[in-house]
Design a protein around this ligand. Structure first.
Ligand code: HEM
Length: 174
């Protein structure tokens, strides 16, 4: 069902704010995770991990899910469709990847925050988990930058399904 122009504008604003907002929030998360991993100052390390926990649960997860949902609305409610153009399909798969990896990381993020609240974190404590936060945030940021570029450039290229929808066979031919 194609959206009316006013509703479409509103839905596009929600989509852009949530999607590009999620990129900014992941960048902030990465900065905190790097500070937590590299700082020598115990108080800074502990507060960085408490902040990553709040940021991830209250901002990053809701924004990524809102971006996914509003992206589905943009696709299904406009001529773009969900499976017609490679750039839309690529954005769907990349955003799904980001959402799944993020949700799998939440347990570890909460664990590091609770541990750093309870006792000082030395440089070697929970090292694998703390490194994994940096690596996953950096990866997520790169993927979100790619989806933003795809959105603005909208590279040509239709899927076979999109091609068939765009060029239906002449009447009488199957
Ligand atoms: C975090 C990931 C995403 C980012 C950063 C993002 C970013 C954007 C931006 C900036 C635009 C505006 C482009 C313009 O008007 O020129 C846009 C439009 C669009 N997005 Fe996304 N998006 C994301 C996820 C998704 C997903 C998951 C889908 C599909 C399921 C999607 C489908 C669309 C469609 C169809 C439009 C075109 C809307 C129109 O022109 O009417 N997006 N996106």
């Amino acid at each position: 069902m194609i959206m009316k122009p006013g509703i479409r504008k509103l839905a596009l604003i929600v989509h852009i704010v949530s999607s590009v907002g999620s990129l900014g929030a992941v960048a902030a998360f990465l900065a905190l995770a790097v500070a937590g991993l590299s700082s020598e100052n115990d108080r800074l390390v502990r507060s960085a991990y408490v902040a990553t926990d709040v940021l991830a649960r209250v901002v990053v997860v809701p924004l990524v899910l809102a971006s996914l949902l509003s992206g589905l609305v943009q696709s299904l409610g406009t001529k773009w469709g969900l499976f017609r153009h490679y750039w839309v399909l690529a954005k769907l798969l990349l955003t799904l990847l980001v959402a799944v990896v993020l949700l799998l990381q939440v347990k570890g993020i909460v664990y590091v925050a609770v541990e750093s609240l309870e006792s000082p974190v030395s440089n070697t404590d929970l090292l694998d988990l703390r490194r994994s936060l940096v690596v996953h945030a950096a990866g997520g940021l790169v993927v979100l930058l790619v989806t933003t570029a795809l959105s603005v450039c909208k590279p040509r290229g239709m899927t076979r399904y999109g091609w068939r929808r765009h060029h239906p066979p002449p009447a009488g031919r199957t």
